[in-house]
Write a protein that binds this ligand. Sequence first.
Ligand SMILES: *[C@@H]1O[C@H](CO)[C@@H](O)[C@H](O)[C@H]1NC(C)=O
Length: 477
Amino acid sequence: MCTSFWMKLTYLLYLIFWVCLCQEVLGSGGGSAWAPRLSPDGRQLAFLWVLAGSTHRQCAELRLIEMESKVEKVIVDIVNQPADAFAFPGLFAFSLTYRCWASDSRRLLCHTAWRSKQVLVVLDTETGVVNRLTTGGSWRLLDVDAKDLVIAASSSPNTPWTLSVGFLPARGTEGSMTWLSLDAAQPFAEIEWMVIPLQPPPAEDNQAYPGIKYEAILLAPSPSAMQKFPLVVYPHGGPHSVFSTEWMTFPAMLCLVRCVVLLVNYRGSCGFGQDSISSLLGNIGTQDVLDVQRAVEAACQRDDVDVRNVFLFGGSHGGFLGCHMIGQFPEQFRACVFRNPVIDLPSLAVVSDIPDWASVESGQEYDGTRALSEELLIAMRSKSPIVHASKIVTPTLLLVGQEDRRVPCSQAKALYRLLLARGTPARMVWYPEDNHSLAKVDVEADSFLNIILWFGKHLLQPPLWSHVLEPPPPPRT
Ligand SMILES: *[C@@H]1O[C@H](CO)[C@@H](O)[C@H](O)[C@H]1NC(C)=O
């Protein structure tokens, strides 16, 4: 009785709270608003905002509502194309930490994709000025306490995560912020890494969005001592996500088993301005594929890459790109591994939990009130890797999560059947309890072993470098 009374009262208070709060619709102008955070003095509500109806991830605005006047303003605007490689590329923050305000109720902190890095920035909500708080490695903000103690984690491709703390300096002196690292992780001397700047030649530039550059992160075994290593090409999924120069388990482990790893942030990745995102819409399957191919050609110029042993790895849209690569450049790869790949857009569009994705990426507006038009279905099919199926000869391993609703396993199965019918070596590993991310610990461990076994099985033996190291066997008589 007593419990029930308090429960009812709590529920009532909860309702009153929501009714009061929901009187204001956050974000005017046909947008999607999220991550509302009230300043410590209770006077301002900051939130992130994007235009609705386009890609799920894109350059966001930081907006603010004055709680008293209910006036809404844009604090940090969309950046279409950053002026140069050092300029702020726009806000690519996909959430705000629960506590992100400084105690002055004027500044706000977050991490954001800035080209191939995650950096901490401090945003001045009065001037809109964005200042970087970090330089080396990649950083993630974890918390800002009431006394401006900032807790953050940092890492790089050869150094696992380290927890650091520091006090946010007074406004205008943020550049002097110093960090105390609590558990300094040691870098792996066996891994070296770099960021490779890339740009399409004029003929392959996007006419509507010219001059956009992109990047790739490369990890290489060190010291290489005149050796040549297999190359693993790894485009990210999304397509609107990004590889950052942070600790990533699979790339680091691939490098530790002596592979060069190429992580490609093709045009359309987050952190390079909104134009880069927009440039890919309607051009998937061509622009992104050629961007990856250009990165592969650049990596193959390196002395430590064995160009006869080039492999492909990718999931979701990364699997879509991988499948395009083995269709469009059939002789280039020894073997490939795809995790929950997108194979055929028309069939994906009707089963995915994000039905808008295939329309928007095909360059069309999504209209949930009607069936897909024939023109759109044809456009989707023409962009799908399955159109290149008749050219595929590359041995393919498919890693599939049965519970995946984003890219349901029917996509991978369609490719698998096709490969079997064509007599192309193929294997499918089925994880009944995992989904799109294949991120359960046992599934990750099992996938990694299967990746290595598949690449090892199809490695051209002996790799080029063994001739350099060992004398050739005596001729048979
Ligand atoms: C997918 O599985 C992971 C565990 O690997 C789980 O944390 C996550 O919530 C699942 N996502 C969905 C959408 O079911």
